[in-house]
Design a protein around this ligand. Structure first.
Ligand code: SF4
Length: 341
């Protein structure tokens, strides 16, 4: 990266990261007048990141549908009738082709998502390990989201070179049972601990627009920011309402709530990559610009995210061009995502 006026200051001049934010502090940040909130978030952002760069990630579903979990937002759940077509685990050749295309389109991170509750053992897991090696061999960061992991599986993924593991907390502990009943919040936290233990960076975030109130968002953000270290990557998703899922008729969320959630995440977790993830198609270009001003510095590229639509490459190129922003050229050190599992 060429140093410029946009280069973040040396680490020594930055305030220490905090893991003890209170809900009252988070509420005060989240509900500040929007100009104050965005100004504060942008100030924090510039102390840690370049203001004109966005990390581009590409997400591929390597095993689609038929998931035994019942996440109320997810069309891949076997509990709901949706238009998702189940597929078996992709071949190594298919992933190699997709990863090569992603790299050629400017992605520096390649994320692979499989709709499993628990990561299987045997040939399928060995194939995933080979996929990780292929992506790393192409010079990109490799991220997986495969469901719950045992420690030996996390260790094997680390040994294969996995850069990041996505495992979203989705929402606050108290609201979790409204969205998912087939696993507990503690199950999530246990997998995150194992990922950390293996030395893989953590990608974990949440979803807004699922019928939660602002208090749920404060408590979700507090939970994420209480992780020590913070997740290197924090995807913030706007619910994509998919026909056949229990949340298909949830009310539309105000895009400015997305801006507030991103800005608050940026302030609480200054060094993390905050990813403007699912739901970008429901945001205007201007709302997306506000999200970048609020500190979002990572997006998914390509016209699909696992099973839901996403802006295509041409639209994103034009958007970044209009904003005078650009995709990060080299894979950065930290972490990734998946809209759930
Ligand atoms: S979000 Fe992940 S874990 Fe939940 S149903 Fe979908 S694929 Fe399964």
């Amino acid at each position: 990266m060429t140093p410029s006026s946009d280069s973040p200051p040396a680490a020594g001049s930055r305030p220490a990261l905090r893991h003890d934010w209170t809900v009252a502090e988070i509420e005060a940040i989240y509900t500040a007048p929007l100009p104050d909130l965005v100004f504060r978030a942008q100030t924090v952002h510039r102390a840690h990141h370049r203001a004109d760069e966005v990390q581009g990630c590409m997400l591929l579903s390597i095993k689609t549908g038929g998931c035994p979990e019942d996440c109320a937002y997810c069309p891949q759940s076997a509990h709901y009738t949706t238009n998702v077509t189940r597929t078996d685990l992709a071949s190594l050749d298919e992933v190699t082709d997709a990863a090569t295309r992603a790299r050629d389109q400017g992605a520096t991170r390649f994320c692979m998502g499989a709709a499993w509750r628990d990561v299987p053992r045997g040939e399928e897991f060995d194939r995933v390990l080979d996929m990780v090696r292929v992506v790393r061999g192409l010079g990109m960061e490799a991220c997986c989201t495969l469901g719950m992991l045992e420690q030996d599986q996390a260790d094997a993924l680390a040994a294969a070179g996995l850069s990041a593991y996505n495992h979203n907390l989705d929402t606050s502990p108290d609201f979790y049972g409204n969205i998912i009943t087939t696993r507990t919040y503690d199950d999530r936290l246990t997998t995150l601990t194992r990922v950390r233990q293996a030395g893989i960076t953590v990608c974990s975030g949440g979803i807004i627009g699922m019928g939660e109130d602002r208090g749920v968002r404060y408590r979700m953000l507090r939970q994420l920011a209480s992780l020590d270290p913070h997740p290197e990557s924090v995807p913030i998703n706007m619910l994509v309402r998919v026909e056949g899922t229990p949340l298909s008729d949830a009310g539309a969320e105000d895009p400015l709530e997305m801006v507030r959630t991103i800005a608050t995440a940026r302030i609480l977790m200054p060094a993390s990559f905050v990813r403007l993830s699912a739901g970008r198609l429901s945001l205007t270009d201007e709302a997306q610009a506000l999200c970048f001003l609020a500190g979002a510095n990572s997006v998914f590229l390509g016209d699909r995210l696992l099973t839901t639509p996403n802006p295509g490459a041409t639209h994103d190129e034009r958007l970044f061009d209009r904003l005078g922003m650009r995709l990060t050229v080299n894979a950065p050190a930290p972490a990734a995502a998946h809209v759930g599992g």
